[in-house]
Design a protein around this ligand. Structure first.
Ligand SMILES: Cc1ncc(COP(=O)(O)O)c(C=O)c1O
Length: 438
């Protein structure tokens, strides 16, 4: 038994499924990817073999692993006394930095996971508007809270008509009555969105959306669609709430709202904010944020909110994201990788559509046409995706089975070429699989 097999045997005895988060199960390689450490663009397994990381902690490690500035920032927080549940000058500094970088971030409050912070954001939107229902797009993910974990990856047969989806609970144990507050609309369908507002607009607290739907690979809003979202929210007195947990700092220093030129009323910035440390921000217009206690009636508190380790890491990370040329460089590398995959697939006859924005991308095996919404994304061939991931892993490149993948700001051109070489082998395997060969 190798070390991973030994650890799996022990882990499954004490961790359900052998993992600490269900998304860490890895159906492609048949066990969780157990690592011993990470450094820059690379992860090391228990035997010290290295793998190029094309998951990057589901997007959190946008500065790679073991970044010296992030380590120094965390160390500085530890030296201040492993403080928590205290205000220091740094929470204010971080909120000021966000105000300068992110269009809607007049005020901010910090918490840990994206799940927690989007949950608080929905409560705030409900408090600020006095309404309870919210509109979400099918296929958009907003964390695991009971109120929010609907219609992310519904089985199409249980998801209702494509132009009028039903709220589908993504977990057992979610109170049935919550579904009544959720209005699900197909992404990039202006008429369906207009209809949803026309029917329910007076009850809608917020339109909650991923401004770029990375959770289905990479689906951008069609031209004019984000603007329509803004218009309809204004017309019906609802808040436009961008879930930028995954988009933040990846596409542009001011997030997807900066890139799209559409400013929401409220947003959540997560993952890359702490560059691997658990912190996310609920940020928004002052007139909305003033509904948080102690100014207003919306509760958002907790011992570990705005933990100094995360705050210090975020301050350092924001300096890196503001560096001139960073996003252009990542975009160039992404073009190089994604066009390289497309060309190699065409050359060997594998079918895969690649969509990317910034350093994150979706690989839709078996599809050729542009993917514009969840129902189209759901037609991709998951078995072929597993063949690709397994083969890349055998060639030293780690992709987590997921709709979206990506690299970090410290991946080099040589790293990306290494990934392309692995992809070339893997695409041949996919081609054989798609031909019914293996
Ligand atoms: C758009 C979006 N919102 C919320 C979440 C939940 O964030 P977390 O995993 O930090 O709880 C995620 C996580 O993948 C996400 O992609």
């Amino acid at each position: 038994m190798d070390r991973a097999a030994q650890l799996l045997a022990s882990a499954t005895e004490v961790l359900p499924g052998g993992v600490s988060a269900s998304a860490r199960a890895n159906t492609a390689i048949g066990r969780p990817f157990f690592v011993s450490r990470g450094d820059g663009a690379w992860l090391y397994d228990l035997d010290g073999r290295r793998f190029l990381d094309m998951c990057t902690s589901h997007g959190a490690s946008l500065l790679g692993h073991n970044h010296p500035r992030i380590k120094a920032a965390v160390q500085s927080a530890l030296e201040m006394g492993v403080l928590c549940a205290c205000e220091t000058e740094y929470q204010t500094r971080l909120a000021e930095r966000l105000r300068a970088m992110v269009p809607c971030a007049e005020m901010s409050r910090f918490a840990g996971s994206g799940t927690e912070t989007v949950m608080h954001g929905l409560r705030l939107a409900r408090t600020a508007t006095g309404r309870h229902r919210f509109i979400k797009f099918e296929g958009h993910f907003h964390g695991y809270a009971d109120a929010l974990n609907y219609s992310v990856m519904p089985p199409p047969l249980l998801a209702g008509p494509a132009d009028h989806p039903l709220p589908y609970p993504e977990s057992g144990g979610m109170p049935q009555q919550n579904a009544a507050d959720v209005i699900v609309v197909p992404f990039n369908d202006p008429q369906a969105l207009r209809d949803a507002f026309a029917t329910h607009g007076a009850e809608v607290a917020a339109l909650l959306m991923e401004p770029v739907n990375y959770d289905q690979g990479c689906i951008e809003p069609a031209p004019g669609f984000a603007e329509l979202c803004r218009e309809l929210c204004d017309a019906y007195g609802a808040l436009l709430f961008f879930d930028e947990v995954l988009t933040a700092f990846r596409i542009a220093p001011g997030g997807a709202q900066h890139y799209l030129g559409v400013t929401p009323d409220l947003c959540v910035l997560g993952k890359a904010l702490g560059a691997g440390m658990p912190i996310s921000a609920l940020s928004g217009r002052r007139s909305v944020m003033r509904h948080l206690k102690p100014l207003g009636m919306s509760q958002m508190s907790g011992t570990y909110l705005a933990h100094l380790t995360g705050v210090m890491a975020a301050l350092a990370a924001l300096d890196e994201y503001a560096a001139a040329g960073l996003h252009a460089r990542m975009a160039d590398l992404a073009d190089h990788f994604c066009s390289g995959v497309t060309q190699r697939a065409a050359a060997c006859g594998a079918v895969v559509r690649v969509q990317h924005l910034g350093p994150r991308f979706g690989l839709y095996f078996g599809l050729r046409d542009p993917v514009t919404n969840y129902r189209e994304a759901a037609c991709r061939d998951l078995a072929a995706e597993e063949v690709f991931i397994r083969s890349c892993f055998a060639h030293g490149v780690f992709f987590q089975p997921s709709a979206h993948h990506g690299f970090s700001a410290v991946h080099t051109l040589a790293d990306i070429d290494f990934a392309l070489e692995a992809a070339q082998h893997a695409l041949r395997d996919v081609q054989r699989f798609q031909q019914g060969g293996a």
